[in-house]
Design a protein around this ligand. Structure first.
Ligand code: ZN
Length: 480
């Protein structure tokens, strides 16, 4: 399906540019948008009565095309994600129309937001899992220049992020992730290195080795890519993502059916950081950048990692395994230490579907972001608002750091607040665990909740991956 480039169409030629059986959808933010008034006139739809909020009106153009106009009025008080959510709800009306061919016309006003809303429309119609089946064609028509951040590259990698997360877990294995990254590295002249199980054991990345040791299909791998690092005076930016391609919980097998049947999404951090890396390289980012993807599968089998084991990490710290379902932080720990030694980064950005607490505490509309400095927070908040994505911020906090202490060993992988309910502070405690394995400044995103459509009502998402927070992170990382 061809989405790009979008077609520029003057209002006078709008109707004649429609192809046969296309449904026209017009998006507008402005109450007195002259373009929309003209479209209404052309489509023989009555003028909108004054009022506040979001409205949809449908009809048929003189040329026989179905037509819907979606208008916002006076909704400046709403966050953009609220607007996206409202549109999502409204679009269900359009879905019942059963159109297989869509042309979305974006008026001039606030064109960037409308471009995202057009993306949402596309994604809602397609359904994230069985894309091409529902919609035969989709075109974006615009009256003016659409202001967007590296749009074709952004859109491609945003979509690929969702595809990676939605893929069958027996297809998207650690080996497949490595293969895809190698293919990209060759095409874009990146350095590529892959540590297999033997190399991982030989070098002493024992936490990563332990988590993947029960899987034949998706065994432990550490994939390392870099671009523009050789000969650069700048230190690189290092992106790290958790790639557990399926998480049963291990011997502490997951008790909740609802969670375990979605656990192919546990490589969401690897998918997100890989796609951000690829989008940066493909869009001409000219500073040194590196990527480290630890990946494997957490299975229940004869040789699974056992609770109670004490395992020495790559950096020499001993970790007692109190719970085999807290495995993400283990593979990240070794990847962080190893990649920091290799790349000497100026800044590390980590993404991981790390804790269910990220959802139980913050809902799936927010991504907890840990350890950002004040400027990074301010920038991300601004960027997130533009894309309709939300973040909560958490700083270093000594009581959380000490939750990972244990009398048995240097660290426990199941830190908890003394006397508190089990999930209490879970996202923060896991984040502080990672702090033990690198020295460079680290921003960590716990994307467990936001990257999967748990609520069923995430804007622009069907069943499965939401695509959040790719758009914000791509733009934010670009500016780091
Ligand atoms: Zn787990």
């Amino acid at each position: 399906m061809n989405i790009f480039p979008e077609v520029k169409v003057s209002i006078d030629k709008l109707l004649s540019s429609l192809e046969s059986e296309e449904t026209l959808v017009v998006l507008s933010s402005e109450v007195d948008d002259k373009v929309v008034a003209k479209v209404r006139d052309l489509c023989c739809l009555p003028l909108r009565k004054s009022g506040r909020g979001l409205s949809i009106s449908s009809g048929t153009t003189p040329s026989g095309h179905a037509c819907s106009i979606i208008e916002w009025t006076d909704v400046d008080g709403l966050k953009f994600i609220e607007k996206r959510w409202l549109l999502n709800a409204l679009v269900k009306n359009l879905e019942s129309g059963g159109s297989k061919r869509l042309a979305v016309f974006i008026t001039d006003a606030r064109s960037r937001q409308q471009a995202i809303l057009a993306d949402d429309l596309y994604d809602v119609f397609c359904d994230a899992v069985s894309c091409e089946l529902k919609l035969e064609s989709f075109r974006v028509l615009s009256a003016g220049d659409v202001e967007d951040f590296h749009r074709p590259v952004r859109r491609l990698h945003f979509t690929d992020f969702k595809k990676w997360v939605n893929a069958n877990p027996d297809e998207m294995t650690s080996i497949e992730i490595a293969t895809r990254l190698e293919r990209f590295a060759k095409k874009h002249s990146c350095s590529y290195e892959m540590l297999d199980e033997k190399a991982i054991r030989d070098k002493g990345l024992n936490l990563l080795a332990a988590v993947g040791q029960a899987s034949e299909r998706s065994p432990s791998r550490l994939v390392l890519l870099s671009h523009g690092c050789e000969g650069s005076k700048d230190k690189p930016l290092l992106l790290v993502g958790k790639g557990v391609t399926f998480d049963t919980g291990g011997i502490n097998v997951k008790p909740h059916e609802r969670f375990v049947n979605c656990m192919k999404n546990d490589m969401g951090g690897a998918a997100l950081m890989s796609q951000v890396f690829m989008a940066l390289v493909a869009s001409g980012y000219d500073r040194p950048i590196a990527l480290a993807i630890p990946s494997c599968e957490n299975l229940v089998a004869q040789n699974s990692m056992k609770p109670g084991a004490v395992i020495t990490a790559y950096n020499g710290k001993k970790v007692v395994i109190e719970h085999t379902d807290a495995e993400g932080r283990l593979i990240l720990a070794d990847a962080l230490s190893y990649a920091e030694e290799l790349f000497d980064p100026r800044q590390i950005v980590v993404a991981a579907t790390l804790t269910t607490a990220a959802m139980t505490q913050f809902s799936n509309f927010y991504t907890p972001a840990h350890f950002l400095n004040e400027k990074q927070k301010a920038d991300l908040t601004k960027i997130g608002e533009k894309w309709g994505e939300l973040f909560t911020y958490w700083d270093h906090f000594l009581p959380f750091a000490h939750c990972n202490d244990t009398p048995i060993s240097d660290l426990t992988n199941m830190g908890r607040m003394p006397g508190a309910l089990p999930a209490s502070g879970g996202s923060m405690i896991a984040a502080h665990f990672l702090k033990n394995f690198c020295d460079a400044p680290m921003a960590h995103f716990d994307i467990f909740a936001s990257t999967w459509n748990w609520s069923g009502s995430y804007p622009g998402a069907g069943y499965g991956a939401t695509g959040a927070p790719f758009n914000s992170l791509f733009e934010w990382v670009y500016g780091l």
